[in-house]
Design a protein around this ligand. Structure first.
Ligand code: SF4
Ligand code: SF4
Length: 406
């Protein structure tokens, strides 16, 4: 334990000496402007004529069974939609508990508020490290596949939330004096992801949200029961990817998604803003930027060409992009239009990504570990070539998944 505390002290000192952007590699320019949730593409589909369409409305309606426009195309049958829509059921119920009465869409436009009263006094942890150790253990017990902590960083917090009733911006209800953000990751099902594009593959996304919801609500209630403040958030309140990078979960790929060592880009993220005493994690670097520089598989695989080839830059394609950050920027308008047209979400960029491989504590395979070593070294071109030769990243038929023994 003494060695652990020493390592943490050293990590904290290191962090205080170098700014968080140096540790993450973020390039934030003077033009940086915080993001309003109103400009997020799903919100725009409710107020912006450039994004609104009959197909977009039908896409959202399709998450409720009589409106699912099932068809004969592989992966889009009634059976596939039956599972896809069921996978969203729990998340949707919790999302809508206060929708009619208070206009809240929890987990999407508003933070979760479905909590019991906690303890009146803060639990006296021996140290922030003891609290962090407990948190890590409890988060995994609650179902988190990954968990990290970062300091509150206002840059990634939305300037305003989106109001479900008025379809306009509204003040954010998240307090701004909570010093820490806990970021959780829930892996999505690897086999279902192989069937993308399909409604069936959307079941992996739906269950990812379902697990995320349960983990976040339980973990936030635990923190409240300890006597601290905790606000569980999913797609609402703040940008998850930069916070996840700062919390040491991974790096950002060309497709704009978080890439983790454990699951690649195949996971969903959640965040809890809290004043529980915690030690921030150290951002992790394992060569993703350098690898994406020589790989553009996601860009080539994306049907509407929404992912850029070439170098990172700070070009802004439309109002759904963050201004003032040098990165690969996805065209959310093209991406969403593709989702609406095919009547289900898409994660072809996840299926195609060479980092989408199972390297976990329980599922390690020597070749996946070996591949990671190559990918993070100067031999990254060999890693890319090996993935081309060995990994099967083709689309699998929906029937393949249904026929598999569980
Ligand atoms: S989700 Fe599909 S459409 Fe969107 S960027 Fe990825 S591959 Fe392209
Ligand atoms: S597919 Fe290649 S370029 Fe795209 S995020 Fe994955 S590693 Fe990077």
């Amino acid at each position: 334990m003494a060695q652990l505390d020493k390592n943490i002290r050293l990590a904290t000192e290191k962090r205080s000496k170098r700014s968080i952007d140096q540790l993450t590699g973020f390039k934030v320019t003077d033009a940086f402007t915080r993001f309003s949730q109103r400009d997020e593409i799903y919100c725009r589909s409710e107020w912006d004529e450039d994004v609104m369409s009959e197909k977009a409305s039908a896409f959202f309606q399709g998450y409720y069974m009589p409106n699912a426009r099932s068809r004969k195309t592989d992966g889009f049958s009634q059976r596939d939609y039956a599972l896809r829509n069921a996978s969203w059921h729990v998340t949707n119920i919790l999302r809508d508990v206060k929708r009619e009465s208070e206009g809240l869409k929890e987990g999407f436009f508003d933070h979760f508020s479905l909590h019991d009263e906690g303890w009146p006094e803060p639990y006296p942890f021996e140290s922030a490290q003891h609290a962090t150790n407990d948190l890590q253990k409890v988060a995994r017990f609650c179902g988190a596949d990954l968990v990290g902590v970062c300091d509150y960083d206002e840059r990634w917090v939305y300037t305003e939330a989106f109001c479900d009733k008025t379809k306009k911006g509204k003040p954010l209800s998240l307090p701004d004096d909570l010093p820490h953000v806990i970021v959780t990751g829930e892996a999505m099902d690897a086999d279902l992801t192989k069937t993308v594009p399909s409604a069936l593959a959307g079941s992996a996304t739906g269950m990812g949200y379902g697990y995320d919801t349960i983990t976040l609500l339980t973990l936030a209630q635990y923190i409240r029961n300890l006597g601290y403040r905790a606000y569980a958030t999913m797609n609402d309140s703040a940008l998850a990817v930069p916070l996840a990078v700062q919390a040491g979960l991974g790096e950002v790929g060309r497709h704009g998604l978080l890439i983790t060592e454990e699951f690649g880009p195949r996971l969903r993220l959640g965040k809890i803003f809290t004043d529980m005493p915690l030690v921030a994690s150290t951002p992790k670097k394992f060569g993703v930027k350098e690898f994406c520089d020589i790989c553009d598989r996601c860009a080539s695989a994306c049907p509407p060409k929404a992912i850029p080839h070439g170098e990172q830059n700070d070009q802004v394609l439309n109002r759904s992009n963050l201004i003032g950050v040098v990165k690969w920027t996805t065209d959310a308008e093209k991406c969403f239009k593709f989702w609406a047209n095919q009547n289900s979400d898409c994660s072809i960029c996840i299926r195609a990504c060479p980092y989408n491989r199972p390297v976990t504590r329980t599922m390690s395979r020597w070749y996946h570990r070996f591949w990671h070593k190559l990918a993070s070294s100067r031999l990254r071109k060999l890693a890319l070539w090996l993935d081309d030769q060995i990994a099967d990243r083709s689309r699998h038929k929906s029937g393949w998944w249904w026929a598999r023994k569980s």
